[in-house]
Design a protein around this ligand. Structure first.
Ligand code: DGL
Length: 284
């Protein structure tokens, strides 16, 4: 008689792709980190450029988009879904977990960076910057204080940063002025760590570190999320060992400018495929 080994999610197989989605192309910073950490994994990236930006949308709209995209990635045969958008993670993670969590592991970009920040030495006061949607949801503060109730959290919506970065302004007079204006927020005066709560912000991490003169650790959700993806795949016996199949980068609306910006975020020459899923969903 052989042993039967119970593997949770045993309907999933290691050679299936990892699904990653974002409101647009910013989530490619997370996709890039996953690609670098786990080069054997195939990635199916979906950027909902037709609905960009999520940062200013209502929770109802984001829940609807996030649920439809997750279903689409499931239908495409993904073994995991990574919500590579802080706004969607803040607003829709619990809902997606409730709806799909027994079918597929779902990773958000907030928990890994919160855990990594709480491991830093002598942290008492944490600053968080993000879109209006992320900051208004108060998700960072709730997650931080659910683990360490004594910590103080100072949050600030920084909506100019996304368009600034998409225009390619990372390190010039305009970007320095905007970063400085935001980081001079009085509540940030005595922070011991700053969380970049938006998947666009890793592109200006160096400029932010420079502004803080290297005195405050700046945390982002790229490497920590990739590590979390690795751990979760390992736990479910879903790490792929053979060579990766070709990645796919899909967008719900295509423009040449999205493609150019995508290269900035993924740091490689990638092509975007236009997949108008909303036409298909609405015609059903
Ligand atoms: N991807 C979004 C985030 O990380 C920023 C862009 C948007 O507002 O859609 O919050």
């Amino acid at each position: 008689m052989g042993f039967s080994y119970f593997r949770p999610m045993e309907h999933l197989q290691p050679n299936q792709p990892i699904g990653i989605f974002d409101s647009g192309i910013g989530g490619l910073t997370v996709a890039k980190a996953i690609h670098d950490h786990l080069p054997n994994e195939q990635l199916l990236y979906f950027g909902d450029t037709a609905h960009l930006p999520y940062g200013d949308k209502s929770s109802e709209a984001i829940l609807h988009y996030a649920e439809s995209i997750t279903q689409y990635l499931l239908d495409k045969g993904c073994k995991m879904v990574v919500i590579a958008c802080n706004t969607a993670s803040a607003v829709a993670h619990e809902h997606l977990q409730f709806k799909f969590g027994d079918q597929i592991p779902i990773i958000n970009v907030i928990d890994p960076v919160v855990k990594a920040t709480l491991k830093l030495p002598a942290v008492k006061r944490i600053g968080v910057i993000g879109t209006k949607g992320t900051i208004q949801s108060n998700t960072y503060e709730k997650r931080i204080r659910s683990i360490a109730a004594e910590l103080q959290v100072a949050s600030l919506a920084t909506p100019l940063l996304v368009p600034m970065i998409e225009e390619g302004y990372f390190d010039n007079q305009i970007s320095h002025t905007i970063i400085e204006a935001y980081l001079n927020y009085p509540d940030f005066l005595h922070i011991d760590a700053l969380i970049l709560g938006c998947t666009h912000y890793p592109l200006i991490k160096t400029a932010i570190e420079d502004h803080l003169q290297g005195k405050v650790p700046v945390m982002d959700s790229t490497d920590v999320v990739a590590q979390s993806v690795q751990q979760r795949l390992q736990r479910f016996g879903l790490l792929h060992e053979g060579p990766a199949s070709t990645h796919h980068f899909m967008v719900s609306d295509y423009t040449h400018s999205f493609e150019q910006t995508a290269r900035l975020f993924f740091q490689e020459d990638i092509s975007l495929e236009h997949v108008p899923i909303w036409d298909q969903i609405e015609s059903h």
